[in-house]
Design a protein around this ligand. Structure first.
Ligand code: PAF
Length: 298
């Protein structure tokens, strides 16, 4: 496994690897991450390994997707451990550029998806998705993958990136991968390390609220969007430390919000999504409202 830090080295190594495979049809799979890898990232690397000839993992804490009062400086980092995780997952190239390598001068070009980014996380993190789509476009241009793997915990991010790929005719297939959870239901996130023991216990309310909403949707004779929102809010209110940013139900991937009276039954295109703060730590989680989806564990 190669650990590379410059765009030039990466392009050269990829070209050599492609030549060694001697196939025009070789598939490069990219797993873009901000590091501090966990089992959720491991599942992306596993999917990439199964579906690609060459697997590239990028680790880059992207400053332009963090707001001024967000956690860019304190975002958890552990490069040595990440490199070992990548090695154990059979990654071929780990790309770890510096901020200077990715942004050698103040960038004048931003890739921006409009409507999809105005709601949910976009509403409380202005500019966040522009930072994401700009860096992901740069990574796509640098690596030129045929497939790119993203976790569904960031469902809005998946929808936004898919929209960008469609709108700009980018020749890359976006592969969404299921959320990975701790045994007790907490969705894996690099930010979980910020939680105190008490916050960690109370954070279980996210998956519990999603499960309650899903059960209500599965078992009720008639249930509408307002009922789902009420169930989510009531569940989350049972955790005194939880402060709701949003608790929403919308169509996926359009992210069109459902009107309160809209019925939920019979729809298989719905996403229930939560963002909840515990102290300074903002956690997100979601579930697709499909009969087949269960909250899967690690
Ligand atoms: O999901 C993330 O970790 C980041 O938003 C991404 C896609 C790597 C872009 O920096």
């Amino acid at each position: 496994m190669k650990v590379l830090r410059t765009i030039a080295e990466l392009r050269q190594e990829l070209s050599l690897m492609r030549q060694a495979i001697r196939s025009n049809a070789s598939v490069v799979g990219l797993v873009p991450t901000m590091g501090y890898l966990h089992q959720g990232h491991a599942s992306l690397m596993q999917a990439a390994r199964q579906q690609s000839d060459i697997v590239v993992l990028s680790i880059f804490v992207n400053p332009i997707q963090f707001g001024p009062n967000e956690d860019f400086d304190s975002y958890p980092r552990d490069e040595a451990r990440d490199v070992e995780t990548a090695r154990s997952q059979g990654v071929d190239i780990v790309f770890i550029p510096s901020v200077k390598e990715m942004y050698p001068q103040a960038t004048q070009t931003t890739v921006s998806v409009s409507q999809l980014t105005e709601r949910l996380c976009g509403a409380s993190r202005p500019g966040h998705f522009d930072g994401v789509t700009t860096v992901v476009s740069k990574l796509f241009n640098i690596v030129q993958p045929q497939r790119a793997f993203f976790g569904m915990k960031d469902a809005q991010q998946v929808a936004v990136i898919q929209q960008m790929v469609n709108d700009l005719n980018m020749p890359v297939e976006i592969v969404p991968c299921p959320i990975v959870r701790e045994e007790d239901g907490l969705a894996l996130s690099s930010r979980n390390v910020y939680l105190s023991a008490e916050q960690r216990t109370q954070a279980l309310v996210l998956s519990e609220a999603l499960r309650a909403a899903q059960e209500a949707a599965d078992t009720s004779v008639a249930i509408n969007a307002a009922d789902i929102r009420r169930i989510l809010r009531e569940q989350i209110a049972s955790s005194p430390l939880a402060v709701i940013d949003y608790a929403e139900i919308q169509a996926f991937p359009s992210l069109e919000p459902l009107a309160d009276q809209e019925e939920v039954q019979g729809r298989d295109d719905l996403l229930i999504a939560l963002a909840v703060k515990f102290g300074k730590t903002r956690l997100i989680d979601n579930i697709r409202l499909q009969k087949s989806e269960v909250l899967s564990r690690v």
